[in-house]
Design a protein around this ligand. Structure first.
Ligand code: NAD
Length: 488
């Protein structure tokens, strides 16, 4: 069945069919590299669409949860083959709707394929628990059962990997799903859903509803038949979701914002440190929750490090992601770029110094896109807003400190606690950092790139709920049912 209406508007996918939203209201998604390139027209769906999708997922649950886990995995293996075959198509759609360079987009899809193979393999390892009973002739056990209908609400920065990391583990665990992609990047979710349909998943197991956070997202979170909300996005929206979900005691998993520090202290190979820091900061134009946002360096090595960072930043080629030489694409939208402009003004007002970059790129090849220069800000003190908040763009903040104790204090001087790194040749400093930094993930002599089969998540205002454990994330998608069995 066709995924678009006669008016060329993409449809929702509900109960195994591509269906028009009941509304007239549609919006256009354009390419952040060229706003004249229309990626597609999408519905601004309503609470009614959400209700239909949730009810269809609720009905499908009765069938899907009874399918043996190893058979559920067979559906997913079929889907993964299709994902692999459609790598190029998905990569190009991702580059076009989100703006990241094509090679980064293809890497995201490839990563999705390999992570989902791991997830599908976990289907047969949804282990429960047995413990000896206090009584003779009694067997005690706890088995895992799916929590029910799950709402997957995703952001625009990894529009292939994030939906996969939610939808596939949920399905493997026996839950059914309603996926709501970010408003900016629905096309990749349409393609993923199409491939799940082609993998012959039973009607209603996966549903897609496209639209705004306020209408579709809110209605999903508040729906009484939704038993779990897996959300990745900003801390502010995460807080609203937590409040709404609490009213129905709905289980939540919230993967939120970050403002990730990289400390450099007693590290000989500054060339390596600088390379890893710029890779950690500017990938995906700095729009990664795990992006390094602040480099905190001991005075002794600060000048040399700053010089190396500037050289590397100036060598980056900014451009359209389809150009193979591009290292940094546009940011996702005009409003994202305006946020960066505002932060630059604030930084100057607070007395910081923009060492390199700091401006929108608007001339020539950049005139139709949302481009922003890769930026380094120095002369920053830890209490400035630019040091404490998540900027979410190609911007690195450099803070000089006079001791390692101060480096730890400054690292922790933010509401966030997602990931952190330390570059040092001194084992004692490395271990102290590991122990004292308030962060869900810590990297030693390593940028902030995580691996899919490892637990992933943050502390403080960076996350709530069970860490998404690479793999099935079974502590979120299942609960334990306890059984006492008496035999004579
Ligand atoms: P966002 O919070 O604006 O939106 C995320 C999703 O929530 C979108 O689908 C949006 O439509 C939806 N939404 C908005 N309002 C809603 C509401 N009231 N109820 C329900 N849903 C609603 O985030 P974004 O701008 O898409 O993404 C950037 C943010 O995501 C950054 O803060 C980044 O750090 C964070 N992020 C975190 C992780 C992580 O794993 N911790 C990963 C990627 C991105």
């Amino acid at each position: 069945m066709t995924v678009k209406t006669e008016q060329d508007v993409y449809k929702n996918f509900i109960n195994g069919e591509w269906v028009e939203s009941g509304v007239e209201e549609v919006y256009e998604v354009t390419n952040p590299a060229d706003k004249n390139d229309v990626v597609g027209r999408f519905p601004l769906s309503t609470e009614k669409d959400v209700d239909k999708a949730v009810k269809s997922a609720h009905e499908a649950l009765l069938i899907w949860k009874k399918v043996p886990a190893s058979e559920r995995a067979q559906f997913i293996y079929r889907f993964i083959e299709l994902l692999d075959e459609n790598k190029e198509r998905l990569g190009k759609a991702l580059c076009r709707e989100q703006g990241k360079p094509l090679n980064e987009a293809l890497t995201e899809v490839t990563r999705g394929v390999s992570e989902m193979r791991f997830v599908a393999g976990e289907a047969v390892r949804l282990e429960g628990l047995t413990l000896p009973s206090d009584r003779r002739g009694v067997i005690n056990m706890a088995v895992r059962v799916p929590i029910g209908v799950v709402a997957a609400i995703t952001p625009w920065n990894f529009p292939v990997l994030t939906p996969l990391r939610k939808v596939i583990p949920a399905l493997i665990c026996g839950c059914t799903v309603v996926l709501k992609p970010a408003t900016n990047t629905p096309l990749t979710s349409v393609i993923i859903t199409e491939l799940l349909e082609k993998a012959l998943l039973p009607a209603g197991t996966i549903n897609l509803v496209i639209g705004s956070g306020r209408k579709v997202g809110d209605a999903l979170v508040g729906h009484p038949l939704v038993k779990g909300v897996s959300f990745t996005g900003s801390t502010q929206v995460g807080r609203n979701i937590y409040e709404t979900a609490a009213k129905n005691f709905t289980k939540v998993q919230l993967e939120l914002g970050g403002n990730n520090p990289a400390v450099v202290a007693e590290y000989q190979d500054l060339e390596d440190g600088a390379s890893q820091i710029v890779a950690g900061c500017y990938g995906n134009a700095g729009q990664r929750c795990t992006a390094i946002g602040r480099v905190i360096v001991l005075d002794k090595q600060a000048d040399e490090l700053e010089k190396l960072l500037v050289e590397k930043i100036q060598a980056f080629k900014v451009g359209n992601g389809m150009d193979p030489d591009t290292k940094i694409g546009p940011v996702v939208s005009e409003s994202a770029r305006q946020t960066l402009v505002n932060y630059m003004e604030l930084a100057k007002k607070e007395g910081a110094h923009i060492v390199v970059g700091g401006r929108s790129l608007t001339e020539g090849q950049y005139q139709n896109g949302y481009y922003f220069e890769p930026t380094l800000i120095s002369g920053v003190s830890p209490d400035m807003a630019v040091a404490k908040e998540e900027i979410f763009g190609p911007v690195l903040i450099l803070i000089r400190v006079s001791s390692f104790d101060e480096a730890i204090t400054v690292s922790n001087n933010t509401e966030y606690g997602l990931t952190a790194s330390v570059f040092t040749d001194n084992m004692n400093l490395a271990y102290r950092y590991l122990e004292d930094v308030e962060s869900g993930m810590v990297h030693i002599n390593n940028g902030t790139v995580s691996e899919g089969h490892m637990p992933f998540g943050g502390v403080k205002n960076s996350g709530v709920g069970p860490y998404s454990i690479g793999g099935t994330n079974k502590d979120f998608y299942t609960e334990l049912k306890v059984a006492y069995i008496q035999h004579k």
